[in-house]
Design a protein around this ligand. Structure first.
Ligand SMILES: NC(=O)c1ccc[n+]([C@@H]2O[C@H](COP(=O)([O-])OP(=O)(O)OC[C@H]3O[C@@H](n4cnc5c(N)ncnc54)[C@H](O)[C@@H]3O)[C@@H](O)[C@H]2O)c1
Length: 291
């Protein structure tokens, strides 16, 4: 199955990144979100990110122009009717995702593939809420999508080989490298990464080190390109908390208990970069630790 047009549901940091790389790879994209404003803001981010790639000579002006023309805003789910594959990249919340699948399934062609970019939720369980478990799959891009090389591909229990192969071919066309993961909570990357981030937050919570000390320690002591608290802000603290909750509930092991400080930050609306405040405050000229 040749995928020529994709639909992306959710124009946030992951959705606009997926639309960005697909359009540059010559695929038509319909970008959907809950409001015209969110779609506009996603399109503006893509425009800005492509301009940055242009200034670094990673793409040409012609590439940018052509790619931007391939992306159209899709204010209604009905606008996704002619897509070969639709990928859901909305908020990491099972109920939100299930509602989206219920509204989009009746619109799609029977042979269209439905994918999710979930960071942690069971692909099999999400698939079972749709009319097409055989044509449902997890395609887990990394953030930021235009920069990160990896995609995890996750089959649900019913995913057909044809769905898997078409998704694999799509990822290859987007220039990504694939790691196949089994359908267990948080798959591979986040099963390993998020408990490390959660532990960094406990380290802050227990006063073992300051925000700066923890991030410096892991950058210079473990050779990580960025500190775990900076990375948490980058991922989004709401997403980090959701992944920890899925691990905690899904594996029923207390070692995955979300740090109460992470819960508190999310309750405060301090979600990291996207809300201008998390472990760092981004409202000034340069980020400074919040506390
Ligand atoms: N942030 C990361 O590092 C990362 C990495 C890989 C995967 N993911 C996953 O990607 C998904 C999106 O994460 P994000 O970081 O882009 O979040 P985000 O908060 O930046 O964007 C989510 C978008 O979904 C939209 N949305 C919410 N409900 C919707 C609905 N009913 N219909 C259409 N759109 C709706 C929101 O308006 C928002 O624009 C999540 O499942 C997350 O776990 C995130």
């Amino acid at each position: 199955m040749d995928i020529r047009k994709i639909g992306v549901i959710g124009a946030g940091q992951m959705g606009n990144g997926i639309a960005h790389v697909a359009a540059l790879a010559g695929i038509d994209v319909s970008l959907h979100d809950i409001s015209e404003d969110r779609i506009k803001s996603g399109l503006a981010t893509i425009n800005g990110n492509m301009s940055r790639q242009l200034s670094k000579n990673l793409i040409t002006e012609e590439d940018r122009q052509k790619a931007l023309l391939r992306i159209e805003g899709a204010p209604k789910v009905d606008d996704l009717a002619d897509c070969d594959l639709v990928i859901e990249a909305a908020t990491e919340n099972e109920q939100v995702k299930v509602k989206i699948f219920q509204s989009v399934c009746p619109v799609l062609r029977p042979d269209a593939i439905l994918a999710t970019n979930t960071s942690s939720i069971s692909i099999t369980r999400l698939a079972s809420t749709t009319d097409r478990p055989e044509r449902f799959i997890g395609i887990h891009f990394m953030n930021p999508v235009p920069v990160m090389q990896l995609v995890e591909l996750i089959r649900g229990i019913a995913t057909e080989d044809e769905t898997f192969e078409a998704s694999r071919a799509l990822c290859t066309k987007l220039g990504k490298t694939i790691a196949v993961a089994e359908d267990f909570p948080a798959f591979i990357v986040n099963r390993i990464l998020l408990p490390m981030i959660n532990e960094a937050i406990y380290t802050l919570y227990e006063g073992v080190g300051s925000v700066e000390a923890i991030d410096t320690a892991m950058r210079l002591g473990a050779n990580h390109p960025m500190g775990p608290l900076q990375l948490a802000d980058f991922i989004g603290l709401d997403t980090c908390l959701s992944v920890m909750q899925v691990l905690y509930e899904g594996l029923a092991d207390s070692k995955y208990r979300p740090c109460p400080l992470l819960v508190k930050y999310v309750e405060a609306g301090w979600l990291g970069r996207k809300s201008q405040r998390g472990f760092y405050d981004y409202r000034g000229e340069r980020p400074v630790p919040t506390r």
